[in-house]
Write a protein that binds this ligand. Structure first.
Ligand code: PEP
Ligand code: MG
Length: 591
């Protein structure tokens, strides 16, 4: 396809999924395979079916080869299951038999496959959950692979890029991303993809700047076109002018300087100027995030989102599988604690055999702890696994979305029963294991003083708490302007929870996104939090800031903020205060 010349400084905006700036020349490795459909003669049907079967066999071979190549790389081991998922899709009856049946309707293999893929896509589009909907991309990736084999169109193999490049692709399968050589691939962008796609997760763990969801980038660019990728903001600049180039070069240097400088904070204690220790912990989902967590010196894990163990598979993980996963993270983080949150999923969708009804209002429906209490066996298996693993490090158990004391007591009763049965079986576990709840519903805030008497710690899930307190769906872009961590109601809720924890003498942390924002550090220590849990890469940034602040000043700031009736006034005041205190870090106005 002929391409129009790209104007200087052409800006494209997508979803920045992995931070950092990359500047270089483009290497266009793929665009969508062109697929035509045509009728075939009855006597051609058998050979067309055989051609399709051959393509499926080739695809399996290719995936096995990638698997063999990456299985020796420890940091990618965790992702091998994605390749297994693709291999499973290649054996899927709907895909394989479905395509063969279409071919038997006298259609060529490519056309038949296209029809079946469209049906599968439609099925995925009707799924409400974002994570599962994005697993459609796994089916798409397998479909693309098959189509390319059938049409004879070859992608440039990513493992063979021998020159420093910015990779541009229609879509990158996780298999592609795994093969990326960090030396030559400076960054990548794709037409397709979403924030929680595996490719995005991988980019972050490999620390490659990346933007996804650029929609038409492959139809705009040509090989060796100069470009800039800003994975922090999601902006791509094609054919940059000398001025833009200079500006981004400077930004890149500042970014890298700050990143380097941050390394020096790794081993420094996380203590305020008035001697208050604030534990900075990581939020983790996958073992592949260990290297980043290690590099930033996190003090353990404040939120281990166990739902990732349950996703992308037909059956929930067995007790032994879970013990192995918990053991690995506990040993990795020892002697620091790992707060293992019990399953927090939004309904039946990840566990198809349970087959529960769709819900009109899933955010307020059978999710998180409600789901666990309903699916008793699933919950018991998870609790048994956590307890069994607790001998390998310092495990803590945390229940998500607790809405009242009675619900918590039910959980505690089940936990006690399991402890008792393990004792009878002679299975070892940590009898002192700490127990906590997430405070993420308004009712939990209002009864925090009662809850505090029943647990060892609180962890405030601000992502959900903001959504429920302000009645703003956290995933709805139309009301996103109302989603505000600095709303006076949220500050009051946080204060109430921190005060309840202090009175009861238990520790209190925040594990929502708010914890990782350095601008809020003074407010958070002023509210009385002892722990902050965040994306591991954010810990050094927050540590650098809070080592220069005091709790006393934080308390005075919070008192002042309580005078303001709107979040605008609150944020302007915080911004001004932080720039005054730490001008070299908060140089420009952020408002
Ligand atoms: C939260 O709600 O703030 C939280 C940390 O949990 P999640 O984002 O997994 O719902
Ligand atoms: Mg939550």
């Amino acid at each position: 396809m002929a391409k129009i010349e790209v104007a200087q400084d052409t800006y494209l905006v997508g979803i920045g999924v992995s931070p950092g700036i990359a500047i270089g020349e483009i290497c266009l490795i793929s665009h969508r395979a062109t697929v035509d459909e045509w009728p075939i003669e009855p006597e051609e049907v058998d050979s067309e079916v055989a051609r399709f079967q051959w393509a499926a066999e080739q695809a399996r071979k290719q995936l096995q080869d990638v698997k063999a190549a990456v299985s020796s790389k420890r940091h990618l081991r965790e992702h091998l299951y994605i390749l297994d998922t693709h291999l499973m899709i290649l054996n899927d009856e709907m895909l394989i038999n479905g395509t063969e049946q279409e071919i038997r309707q006298q259609i060529n293999a490519e056309g038949a496959l296209k029809r079946v893929l469209n049906q599968l896509r439609q099925m995925f589009d009707n799924i409400e959950d974002e994570y599962l909907r994005e697993r459609r991309s796994d089916v798409d990736a397998v479909g693309e692979r098959l189509q390319r084999i059938l049409t004879g169109e070859h992608d440039r193999p990513i493992s063979e890029i021998g020159q420093k490049s910015l990779v541009v692709a229609h879509d990158l399968s996780p298999a592609d991303t795994m093969q990326m050589d960090r030396q030559n691939i400076l960054g990548f962008v794709t037409d397709k993809g979403g924030r929680t796609s595996h490719t995005a997760i991988l980019a972050r763990s490999l620390e490659i700047p990346a933007i996804v969801g650029l929609e038409t980038v492959t139809s705009l660019v040509t090989d060796r076109l100069p470009a800039i990728i800003d994975g922090s903001t999601g902006v791509m600049v094609l054919n940059p002018s000398a001025e833009t180039f200079k500006e981004y070069l400077q930004r890149k240097q500042t970014y890298e300087y700050l990143e380097k400088e941050l390394d020096s904070f790794r081993d420094l204690p996380s203590v305020t100027t008035d001697g208050v220790h604030i534990a900075l912990r990581g939020n983790l989902e996958l073992a592949s995030e260990f290297p980043v967590a290690r590099r930033h010196g996190v003090e353990g894990v404040g939120l281990y989102r166990t739902e990732f163990l349950y996703l992308g598979r037909e059956k929930p993980p067995s007790e032994d599988e879970q013990v192995a996963a918990y053991r690995e993270i506990l040993q990795e983080m020892a002697p620091h604690p790992v707060t293992i949150r019990t399953l927090d999923i939004g309904g039946d969708k990840f566990v198809p055999e349970l087959n529960l009804a769709d819900e009109a209002n899933p955010a307020m429906g059978l999710r998180a702890i409600r789901f666990s209490l309903r699916e008793g066996q699933l919950f018991k298996t998870q609790l048994r696994a956590i307890l069994r693993a607790s001998v390998y490090g310092k495990a803590r158990i945390m229940f998500p979305m607790i809405s009242g004391v009675a619900e918590l007591r039910t959980c505690k009763r089940i936990l006690r029963e399991i402890q008792e049965s393990l004792r009878q079986e002679g299975v070892e576990f940590d009898p002192e294991i700490e127990l906590g709840v997430m405070i993420e519903t308004p009712s939990a805030v209002l009864v925090a003083s009662f809850l505090a008497k029943e647990v060892d710690f609180f962890s405030i899930g601000t992502n959900d708490l903001i959504q429920y307190c302000l009645a703003v769906d956290r995933g709805n872009e139309h009301v996103a302007y109302l989603y505000d961590p600095l709303h006076p109601a949220i500050l009051r809720a946080l204060k109430q929870v921190c005060d309840a924890a202090k009175t009861a003498g238990i520790s209190v942390s925040i594990c929502g996104e708010m914890a990782g924002e350095p601008l809020y550090a003074l407010v958070l220590i002023g509210l009385g939090l002892n722990e902050l849990s965040m994306n591991p890469a954010a810990t050094s940034r927050v540590k650098r800031v809070l080592r220069q602040l005091s709790r006393k000043d934080g308390e005075a700031l919070v008192e002042k903020l309580f005078e303001f009736p709107t979040s605008k006034e609150i944020s302007v005041y915080i911004d001004k205060e932080m720039r005054r205190r730490l001008p070299e870090i908060f140089r420009q106005s952020l408002i």
